[in-house]
Design a protein around this ligand. Structure first.
Ligand SMILES: [Zn+2]
Length: 139
């Protein structure tokens, strides 16, 4: 198989896709069973970083950060919303939104509660009500 993959990688990939197509529902059910059995744990930090990588790729945004850096944002901002100090339902926010040309890098991340993040939407300029560091909001 390894030799065949080297010789004709496209054919091997096509076989894999065809196999998945034949057994897609079975494979999805197996994955659901593994999650239900607690064999697969979703790491919210890793999942969030992965989701941001995808969003950045789609927006053609520059920059990248690691899951460890994402976790550090929570510590940096003391596990509370940069805007209203709420400590529940915290989200990582891109200060300058990816959709507005902001980078997917740690310098462009802040901690907002879900409510503040939803209110901010894709606006980079919201006047600060509370600031921790020097560049919490871009205004
Ligand atoms: Zn808030």
């Amino acid at each position: 198989m390894r030799i065949r993959r080297k010789k004709d990688p496209e054919a091997v990939r096509a076989e894999g896709r065809a196999s998945y197509a034949r057994h897609a529902e079975k494979r999805r059910q197996e994955a659901r069973d593994r999650r239900a059995a607690g064999l697969v744990k979703l790491d919210p930090i890793k999942a969030g970083a992965k989701n941001d990588r995808r969003r950045a790729r789609l927006a053609a945004a520059p920059g990248s950060y690691t899951p460890a850096e994402r976790e550090a944002v929570f510590y940096w901002f003391g596990f509370s919303c940069c805007n209203c100090a709420e400590t529940n339902n915290l989200t990582i926010d891109h200060i300058v939104p990816l959709a507005c040309g902001g980078a997917n890098s740690i310098e462009n991340l802040q901690l907002l509660c879900l409510e503040c993040n939803s209110a901010k939407r894709d606006k980079p300029e919201v006047p600060p009500r509370r600031s921790i560091g020097a560049t919490i909001w871009v205004g």
